[in-house]
Write a protein that binds this ligand. Structure first.
Ligand code: PEP
Ligand code: MN
Length: 300
């Protein structure tokens, strides 16, 4: 197709970091400072303004009861976006029955919770075969880190015209992330939110901390792109008790939104039981986040 063809584009000197040449010829849409990318998902929720929208919920849509409890906790905190996956990639292929994806049943649960509590829904799209069902309910489609460079998925998801959260792969450079973003933008979908969710590095005394939140990625990306950047401290640290500090650091670093994993009973979460905050920890996190945000001229 013509739009993919740029005359005289060479790739003689591929680099790790973004160059002037990338900005001119390879990343012109994602690094354009002319476009103010503000992602409006309705109900006065806009990513990319002074307000920092919070997305929270469990990893998976385990049951109607759990999602109902989570939704009540969100409403109490004036949080308007619920998350939960019905389709879910895992690091290993083995699953217990508790681990099983809830698939269409999970999407039906999300649908009824969305209507009952007037919440917006974020859920992950893992494969094109689920796209129609996911689009019926989701207000934002999440491309998970493991799919960041699944280019066919990026293209088809872009063509739905829905808002998208593109998660940075834990081994990807910012150049790779923006390259993936470019694949979405070139399809004409500007409702794109980038998400920093931690990178793989050897670190710390805890083997339960899987990734390191790349806080520096937030100001670094802000220097070169106008796309909203949100932070997911839960998937980065994998360790609930570190989530509050990383949340506050993300706000201070200039993030435009947050993803926080929460569960009514974390130790019995079907997936990643060390990671979610319980409801009282979440209430405290939101209270403190408001103070941190205020101190840097933002609002939670
Ligand atoms: C998630 O959001 O539940 C998730 C698995 O995220 P990531 O793709 O960042 O690992
Ligand atoms: Mn998760």
């Amino acid at each position: 197709m013509k739009k993919y063809f740029i005359k005289n584009l060479s790739n003689k000197y591929p680099t790790k970091d973004i160059t002037e040449d990338d900005i001119k010829s390879k990343l012109p849409l994602s690094t354009s400072k002319k476009v103010k990318y503000k992602v409006n998902i309705g109900n006065n929720i806009i990513f990319g303004l002074k307000n920092i929208p919070v997305i929270a919920g469990p990893n998976g849509v385990e049951s109607h009861k759990l999602m109902d409890q989570v939704a009540k906790c969100l409403v109490k905190n004036n949080i308007k976006i619920i998350r939960g996956h019905a389709y879910k990639p895992l690091t290993f292929p083995y699953r217990s029955s508790q681990y099983k994806e809830s698939k269409n049943t999970g999407m039906d649960i999300m649908d009824s919770i969305k209507k009952k509590y007037k919440l917006k829904v974020v859920t992950e799209i893992t494969e094109l075969q689920y796209l129609d069902r996911v689009c019926k309910t989701a207000d934002i489609l999440q491309i998970g880190s493991r799919n960041m460079q699944n280019l066919e998925l990026l293209r088809e998801v872009a063509l739905t015209r829905k808002p998208i959260i593109l998660k940075r792969h834990f081994g990807a450079s910012l150049r790779d992330l923006l390259g993936a973003a470019e694949h979405i933008l070139i399809e004409g979908n500007k409702k794109l939110i980038l998400c920093e969710r931690g990178v793989s590095i050897p670190h710390t005394h805890r083997n339960t901390s899987r990734f390191a939140l790349d806080i520096q990625a937030i100001p670094a990306l802000k220097e070169i792109t106008n796309l909203p950047i949100i932070s997911d401290p839960s998937h980065a640290s994998f360790w609930a008790s570190w989530v509050p500090s990383l949340t506050y650091a993300s706000i201070a670093a200039g993030c435009d939104g947050l993803i926080i994993e929460i569960h009514k009973d974390p130790k019995n979460s079907a997936v990643d039981p060390l990671q979610p905050l319980n409801f009282s920890q979440f209430n405290k996190l939101i209270k403190n986040s408001k103070l941190v945000a205020k101190s840097v001229g933002r609002k939670v």
